[in-house]
Design a protein around this ligand. Structure first.
Ligand SMILES: [Zn+2]
Length: 467
């Protein structure tokens, strides 16, 4: 304190109040005889934060002197502002370039402070973070200072995401189940982090990659190719996606643009101006506000941009069929079901025959509904809904179903539901044949489909089905 220039008398006051501390305990409302404290001032004393601040001021001045030392090199990101350290309460961050000389100068400055003040860093609670250097340089620095190396909290984030997927009985989930898990749990966790931290691109890529593998395979080791690109899954439903949050965009909301602002401008001001610019780039405040308040959801939609709507959007969006059926329908609409014609092209198999009728080559167009087996199923369903037409090609059926989605009335709503459930059941039966060689009669498949539609139908639709 004397070095900081406090008057002698003031220092004596402070010193005596530290050394002559005594405690008295209230027992039954009466204070006991005071007992003196051997270790002086304790944590929690109203005076201690002020004394701590004075102590830290001394450290700050001490570390600032490093700026004049030519042997000391600033951390590359701190050079402009000449930052050697940052403090928050009793947490201290010190920065330097990752060379042994600079790190040692930094530490010796801290040791000098320790000697003068009696305050020592708890080495068990301290960590050193190194980046952008080779592993040999890293090892040399670590061996010279005896402080354990720390890691940024992103690794635990990735491990958490992966661990969750492994604990789920994920293998038994359908595509729709896994999609739901990816959407809600994995990404809500991630977007929570994204709003606090600006996550490194590598971390985002790793999590995104993991989600992609998990969705398509149900496990975590990279194996199969994606049936539909991740980018397309992130599109709005009307544009043929599943509205999965695109994490790099969420991250962008927390990141300012790379505009060059005058160097003298303060960091918060640069940040604010960059955000304003970002809003202007997407069309101004009007586009990103809801009820007069900024909406991060709208901002996200703006950053996602406009996408061409797919003609079949109504089949997926306004359909009460089971989610697992809708996912298979969605794959069929993208024409991405792994039918044998595609598997042969990928050189995964050499068998080309349709597993259901074994007379023709299998392709999506054959399976829906050129195949005698699937045509029999769809014809029965059309008949039950009192449609007189017979099953035709997938494109023609699709056109008719699209017309039905625009019409009101239980009959048409049911038709759209039946369509999704029918595609699902036929695909399921096809897989049963391929993997387990079990064949059921088309009439049994129809019963399955009817049961599932009845499960999801409204009361008035039930009345229609019964008549
Ligand atoms: Zn067939």
């Amino acid at each position: 304190m004397i070095e900081l220039g406090f008057p002698d008398r003031f220092v004596t006051w402070v010193f005596s109040s530290i050394t002559t501390v005594s405690y008295s305990i209230l027992i039954n409302g009466k204070p006991t005889k005071p007992s003196s404290a051997k270790k002086g001032l304790r944590q929690g004393d109203p005076m201690s934060p002020f004394l701590f601040a004075i102590g830290m001021e001394y450290l700050t001045r001490h570390l600032q002197q490093l700026q004049t030392q030519t042997a000391f090199n600033f951390h590359p990101k701190c050079k402009k502002l000449a930052i050697t350290h940052l403090m928050f309460a009793d947490d201290l961050l010190m920065f330097s370039r990752a060379d042994i000389q600079s790190v040692q100068i930094l530490l010796s400055a801290f040791h000098q402070f320790s000697v003068a003040s009696g305050l020592e860093a708890n080495l068990d609670k301290s960590n050193i973070y190194l980046g952008g250097i080779s592993s040999t340089e890293k090892a040399a620095i670590l061996s010279s200072i005896h402080i354990p190396e720390g890691s940024f909290p992103f690794r635990p984030l990735i491990e958490k995401v992966v661990a969750r997927a492994k604990t789920w009985t994920a293998r038994n989930l359908t595509y729709a189940g896994r999609l739901q898990l990816v959407q809600t749990i994995l990404l809500s966790m991630q977007s929570f982090w994204c709003q606090i931290f600006i996550l490194p691109k590598k971390v985002i890529k790793e999590i995104q990659n993991f989600c992609r593998i998990f969705l398509w395979t149900g496990h975590t080791d990279p194996l199969r190719k994606s049936l539909v690109a991740w980018f397309n899954l992130c599109l709005p439903k009307a544009a043929g996606g599943w509205n999965i949050k695109e994490m790099s965009l969420w991250n962008k909301l927390g990141r300012s643009l790379d505009t060059k602002w005058p160097a003298a401008m303060s960091w918060p001001l640069k940040k604010i101006l960059s955000s304003v610019q970002m809003i202007e780039d997407v069309g101004g405040w009007v586009t990103v506000c809801r009820n007069g308040k900024f909406s991060i959801k709208k901002m996200y939609q703006c950053l996602l941009g406009d996408h061409v709507k797919v003609p079949w959007r109504r089949i997926v969006c306004n359909n009460k069929a089971f989610p697992k059926s809708l996912f298979i329908t969605w794959l069929a609409l993208w024409n991405r079901l792994p039918t044998r014609d595609r598997l042969v092209a990928w050189k995964i198999t050499t068998v080309e025959d349709c597993p259901l009728c074994t007379t023709k080559k299998e392709s999506a167009a054959h399976l829906f509904f050129e195949c005698d087996y699937s045509a029999a199923v769809w014809n029965t369903i059309l008949h039950s809904l009192k449609f007189t037409r017979k099953a035709s090609s997938f494109d023609q059926e699709l056109a008719l179903i699209l017309k039905a989605t625009k019409r009101t009335g239980d009959r048409y709503k049911l038709l759209v539901m039946y369509f999704a459930e029918c595609l699902y059941s036929i695909w399921l039966q096809r897989n049963e044949m391929v993997f387990n060689h079990k064949c059921r009669r088309p009439a049994d498949i129809v019963l399955d489909i009817m049961f599932r539609v009845a499960c999801r139908a409204t009361a008035s639709q039930h009345m229609f089905l019964l008549n």
